[in-house]
Write a protein that binds this ligand. Structure first.
Ligand SMILES: Nc1ncnc2c1ncn2[C@@H]1O[C@H](COP(=O)(O)OP(=O)(O)OP(=O)(O)O)[C@@H](O)[C@H]1O
Length: 716
């Protein structure tokens, strides 16, 4: 199909690289397709130039040495069957996907080159996914993108009115979620057209659009390219509508089969329609491919790679001159431009924050849930954890019968709200305990009173006397019994009670009180854990969903950087965390009367910092995981081990040594300890145990933020 013929037409004056081609054409040393596109296509500047582009997803090679040129001021129709790689190519062109090999330049520079406005205002991108915020109205959507592109509100309003009219959209105040599929696609197209970009990249904009509007859209595209300043690349499944394009590229299995103007293509294949021409090209591609295929695997892409072995397959069957002859320009940017390129833009951060606030306002249920969930969690924890058991049935076997016996008196000192005494015979009591009806057995021998009296009065007693009474099985009942015994001895012996009571005296502790319970220990860690994990869950989920729906890519193509996205999310989530912290503290300190001896400002600062660390960790999860189910599983999977090993529920000192080192490295171990020290000891930042908690939290925070930014960068 390709013959070595010089094209007379290619002699017009043009850019240096084209002049070089002219010379080689004149010498006849260059291969060129018989049906080379008109000289204007070749010699004019190109809006997009792809050379030897390769891209794979894992082992699946999607783009193979692909060469494509979109001439400036033209509409380029990119056609091909489903799965041939069109969307992948467009994503590489806008820079949301990195190419494995080759070179792409868009409006003169590679995408994302420092200082280049691609991604940015120069490009309007309509992705195949709808990539719209469902809670936004049409007006909100266009205003959001207008803000990112730096349009004034007057300009945005004017463009909005035009687009609503032109794209036949319903009222601007209608929510995107209430629009039909076709209407949503038109809003998406409107967002791409909003800022009058120099380059429009439209991935199937006419799907689900009625034929009248489809014609109108094409007419509009034809009009805007007439100025020569706007270029369009458009993919479509309706092959015939692409006849209105100035150039079409026919793709199959990651290769560009042909590139040229539609009329020439049809003439070459003596086809009445573009569809027939495409069919013929595909057939010849498949025939030659299968004839020449020697690959034992015989996969489609392997076949296509062996297509017409004598031919340089990087070049389309029809079309423009390709890569190897071109000298790729060297691009460079001033360091100031590079610094400006990486610095976050306040305009974008503000636009993203306004977007988040607006979405929150439109989802009051979700916002209330975010505020109430920590409140419910901490209330349940304070109510259900750490309290004394109530009404525990304990069997009492009392072999003393007289009413004035010590055993009767001792039993009257037992805390009867905790222990429910059930008086039984020895046999019944043990049978009941073995059957699980009673939590323990308290037994008194028939000489309990006389034995105890002897112990009180004599310094040496026999062993049988000591064994006079006993309790079995229950630690809490044992503790209650010990307390009752102390009270009983105090009552009977007054100032001489020290002769019989436990020879160790517990004074008031230096910090806290003698009757501190488990809730007091667990609350600070639990508050940090709740704030941390709510932030992890909400961040991971919202980011994964935004990425899955193509919203992140769309914002990225509009010029929003990963850093700006992260900063905007951090700042807006700070508002949510602040409300959560206020509610948590009111509950903890006022309702459940948890003591706080230290600075409230330090308490708030540490909890908020832990929330921010949670957001950063959520960002790591969402940047590494694509699916919300997996992201949820990751967040949940980490929650429980972290809770147990961080010393939140049980002290770190009880953890076996190898695990203890892991525990100390976790984000909440030192932070919980610091919060306990602030709240219960009244310590400040001058104490190591306090500043260490802050330092470790800040360290994790920085680490997570850097990791999330790096992963996001690597994955584009
Ligand atoms: N993220 C991904 N991971 C792995 N494979 C992918 C991914 N995205 C696309 N592919 C695969 O790459 C190939 C090309 O997909 P692409 O979306 O570019 O095709 P397309 O030509 O745009 O199809 P359509 O017209 O149906 O949108 C397909 O085989 C697809 O399954």
């Amino acid at each position: 199909m390709a013959t070595e013929v010089a094209d007379d037409a290619a002699t017009t004056e043009g850019p240096p690289e084209f002049n070089e081609m002219e010379e080689r054409l004149a010498e006849g040393t260059m291969k060129v397709d018989l049906e080379a596109p008109p000289p204007s296509l070749v010699l004019e500047g190109s809006a997009i130039r792809c050379r030897e582009v390769c891209r794979s997803y894992g082992k699946l090679k999607v783009l193979s040495n692909l060469n494509l040129t979109v001439p400036q001021g033209h509409i380029y129709g990119l056609l091909g069957p489903s799965g041939c790689g069109k969307t992948t190519l467009l994503k590489c062109i806008v820079g949301t996907l990195k190419i494995s090999r080759g070179h792409i330049s868009v409006l003169g520079k590679p995408p994302a080159f420092p200082g280049h406005e691609v991604p940015g205002r120069m490009v309007g991108y309509m992705p195949q996914d709808l990539a719209l915020y469902n809670e936004f109205t049409i007006s909100d959507t266009l205003t959001f993108f207008g803000r990112i592109h730096g349009l004034t509100s007057k300009d945005t309003e004017a463009r909005m009115d035009f687009l609503v009219n032109f794209l036949d959209l319903p009222q601007k105040s209608k929510l995107v979620r209430n629009l039909s599929g076709g209407q949503k696609r038109r809003v998406s197209l409107g967002a791409a057209l909003l800022q009058n970009p120099q380059l429009l990249i439209l991935d199937e904009p006419t799907v689900g659009v009625d034929p009248v509007l489809r014609a109108k859209i094409w007419q509009h595209l034809v009009e805007i390219v007439k100025t020569g300043k706007v270029s369009v690349i458009i993919t479509t499944h309706y092959i015939e509508e692409a006849r209105q394009a100035n150039v079409v590229g026919l793709m199959r299995n990651g290769h560009l089969l042909a590139e040229g103007d539609p009329e020439t293509l049809m003439k070459k294949h003596s086809a009445a329609t573009l569809e027939k021409a495409f069919l013929q090209l595909c057939e010849s591609f498949d025939q030659v491919g299968s004839k020449h295929s020697t690959s034992p695997q015989g996969g489609v892409l392997e076949n296509s790679q062996s297509f017409e072995s004598s031919r340089d397959e990087s070049r389309p069957i029809l079309g423009v001159m390709s890569g190897p002859l071109e000298v790729l320009p060297k691009y460079s940017a001033d360091w100031k431009v590079r610094v400006k390129h990486v610095m976050p833009k306040w305009r974008n951060i503000a636009a993203l924050m306004i977007k988040t606030m607006k979405r929150m306002k439109r989802m009051p249920g979700s916002l209330c849930f975010q505020f109430l969930l920590p409140v419910i969690q901490i209330s349940l924890m304070c109510l259900c954890i750490g309290g004394d058991p109530k009404g525990i049935p304990v069997a009492v076997v009392n072999n003393e019968t007289s009413s004035g016996s010590f055993s009767q008196s001792l039993l009257s000192f037992l805390d009867n709200s905790s222990i429910k005494q059930v008086h039984l015979t020895h046999g019944e009591a043990f049978a009941g305990a073995y059957n699980g009806e009673y939590w323990g057995v308290i037994g008194f021998g028939q000489n309990f009173t006389s034995d105890l009296t002897k112990r009180m009065l004599q310094r040496q007693v026999k062993k049988e006397i000591v064994d006079g009474g006993s309790d079995r099985q229950n630690a809490n009942a044992q503790k209650k019994l010990a307390v009752a015994f102390e009270d009983f001895i105090q009552y009977k012996m007054g100032s001489l009670s020290y002769l019989v009571s436990f020879p160790i005296k517990f004074e008031e502790p230096i910090y806290g009180s003698l009757d501190s319970d488990f809730t007091t220990f667990v609350t600070p860690g639990a508050v940090l854990s709740i704030t941390f994990y709510l932030a992890v869950g909400l961040t991971a989920l919202s980011f994964v969903i935004e990425r899955k729906e193509g919203l992140m890519d769309r914002c990225w193509v509009a010029g929003v950087s990963s850093l700006e996205t992260i900063l905007a999310h951090l700042i807006s989530q700070l508002f949510v965390i602040s409300v959560q912290v206020v509610l948590l503290l009111i509950l903890m300190l006022v309702v459940f009367k948890n003591p706080n001896e230290g600075s409230l400002a330090l308490v708030v600062a540490l909890i908020v910092l832990q929330g921010i660390t949670g957001i950063s960790f959520g960002l790591v999860i969402s940047s590494a995981i694509d699916d919300e189910q997996n992201a949820n599983q990751a967040a949940l999977g980490i929650f429980y081990p972290n809770l147990i090993v961080s010393g939140i529920i049980w002290p770190v000192e009880c953890i076996p040594y190898p695990l203890r080192y892991i525990s100390l490295a976790l984000p909440q171990t030192y932070a919980s300890e610091a919060l306990r020290c602030i709240m219960y000891r009244g310590w400040g930042l001058s104490r190591m145990m306090v500043w260490r908690g802050f330092a470790v939290t800040l360290g994790w925070n920085t680490f997570f933020l850097i990791l999330a930014t790096v992963i996001l960068k690597l994955r584009t």
